[in-house]
Design a protein around this ligand. Sequence first.
Ligand code: ZN
Ligand code: ZN
Length: 409
Amino acid sequence: MGRNGSPHDVHPVFRGHFRWFAAIRPRYRAASHVRKLTCINVCVAAAAFAATVEAARKYGSETTMKAFVYQGPGKSALEDRPKPDITVPTDAVVRIVKTTICGTDLHILKGDVPTCTPGRILGHEGVGVVDKVGPAVTAFKPGDRVIVSCISSCGKCEYCRKGMYSHCVNGGWILGNTIDGTQAEYVRTPFADTSLYHIPADADEEALVMLSDILPTGFECGVLNGKVQPGSTVAIVGSGPIGLAALLTAQFYSPAEIIMIDFDDNRLEIATRFGATTVLNNTDGKAVEKVMKMTGGRGVDTAIEAVGVPASFITCEDIVAPGGVIANIGVHGTKVDLHLERLWDRNITITTRLVDTVTTPMLLKTVQSRKVNPKRLITHRFKLDKIQDAYETFGHAAKTNALKVIIET
Ligand code: ZN
Ligand code: ZN
């Protein structure tokens, strides 16, 4: 699609080319069938076809776009899809400039997310340029650079009025789930006024892709819910992108200790660079023992679960100090034992949350003022036509050392 404007701004040369190709195409097809074209005609037609395909690839057609589509468990493809349009007055259509892949997308591809049905364009993160707005949108106009939030919020329902956008009765996590998402050249974003965020003129767009989901998720579900405080002791179980996002944002509050627990030395090495005071590789199964020893048998004030499997949650149960908080971030697909026989008298709090993205404007300011640099989470970059490679890289993170991968349209 037009990289410097809407597809309606296709370069005049190519507009002419499309018309010309549309005119010759039926003749070319018919002629080929009866094999009456001279060799030179075929060559000219083939060259014209190749040029047109190239032009379409580069500048897009007026009505179609490339989009990454979930086709059922284990199946996905980059497809040509109709370009989205405004369907209700509060919508905007955003031309995606950069998007990324979330662990949740991998769950969808495995068939673990029943709300996301085959045929859905995936993706709930990204930055782009507003292409069109519905008549009820007042805060954005075509040409505005925006962050697309992973959560769509109507701003009017009971949950939205409480700041719990994730449970918006008209929105919530719908992008790339129950409606088409951002891993495409264009996306329709419902409730644009309350679900998009303006990008400041001097901002680094790539860093801001991390504000769609991962940074507010690590911060809200891990750090805020975990009540991280100055001087407190924090353990983060899971040093993947979400755990690292929690690690980066936990430091707003100057905890005395941040212990990172994982099985991957590369990720733990990154955690050290990102500010972890201690890293523990739990391959030997001794992380709990080591945490208890380090804390004089007391445990940690905040245990953040950032994986989403029973073992990591149980590690949090094992290391939380009396009066502490277990803050769950992970998406759990199987049941987890709650050991109340050990925890009932320990004054602990267990929190769960789907990211509300209420802190996105605040986090944007911290990125702008360089208090935090989420760009450090980006390890790989791909073009949209190589999105399968991006999934392959992201899906085999232990081998590729991938954290977040950027996909450019
Ligand atoms: Zn996500
Ligand atoms: Zn709402």
